[in-house]
Design a protein around this ligand. Sequence first.
Ligand SMILES: [Zn+2]
Ligand SMILES: [Zn+2]
Length: 398
Amino acid sequence: MKMSLLEKIKSLSQQYSKDVVVFRRHLHANPELSYQEFNTVKYVEAQLKSFGITTLKPLATTGLVAEIMGKNPGKRTVALRADMDALPIHEANAVPYKSTNDGVMHACGHDVHTSSLLGTAKILNEVKDQFEGTVRFLFQPGEEKNPGGASYMIRDGALENPRPVSIIGQHVFPLLPAGKIGLKEGMYMASADEIYLKVVGKGGHGAAPDLAIDPIVIASHIIIALQQIISRNASPKQPTVLTFGNIIGKGATNIIPDEVNIAGTFRAMNETWREAGLQKIKKMAESIAEGMGGRCEVDISRGYPYLENNPELTQRIRKAAEEYVGKENVVDIDITLGAEDFAYYSQVIPASFYRLGTRNDARGITSYVHTPTFDIDEDALIIGPGLMAWMALQELKN
Ligand SMILES: [Zn+2]
Ligand SMILES: [Zn+2]
């Protein structure tokens, strides 16, 4: 009996998972920081070539786009994305594939995303006579660092010629056991902007505040007042966060300093509110300082936009995931006010970002991302490559 395409993809994903683990361990042992993924992208290119994939285009300095054309390649194009950068963390795991680049670690699973997408490419290249259209693979740099490698990929044309109908991204999820897939329709992740406030007063003797303009008191008022933007101006239906995690005022018990520096993060789940909120922060901080006789210099460093999982696309990839891993293994996940540069793609074309379960309590694999003990249950790599291939094929058919 002839194997169905779904069965064929599952069987290839199982068969190639050994290679994917080899890719993952190589990348894990050789991590590179954001925008320095020179050896990583070379490795990715070499693997793609070894599969026989020749439509390759370097972009965004350390990024790469590859394409696999099925029959009638101009019919439609679907994009799949992996990020490739690591974090400035010293790995604490005693594993054979431990990082050999001291102080740098794949602690966010981008080695998993990259190796899984290589597996997806290997599978789809094998079945390219069985689908119509083109699958575009985006291997991007710099997800962990502003302004985000995705913004450079878009700038350099990763979503043009032709524009893909949709883009799908995958991220490891240490809260979900390996074997499970997490999805969320609509609102999913936050925009994240950095706020730097320099409150300038006039320093002096702590015993003579009347001769000074105390920036510590001004800064205190600003911090408290800005929280009212969250409680009084933000819609109760829109999650939003303002956190100041850093205050520096270099006075002493008896010295009023000249200035105080405050730094924090503002997060929103709506681009219109994001803009309005940033303006209110600026205006309120400036006018409070001014009213108290000092001034406040507001510097906003823009981060990633809000990430919207296109509802229709997410429903379709949910169906594909249910077909692939079974309905019981596809779960709803909650929103998070974390940020992801995949959001840039969602501002341009329908996008969906789902989670690949990587946890295994029995084997003690429970650490969260961005920690020195983060690791994954590599059984997730039996599923990841084939699942994404199946999602892409369903999008091409849609
Ligand atoms: Zn991360
Ligand atoms: Zn990540």
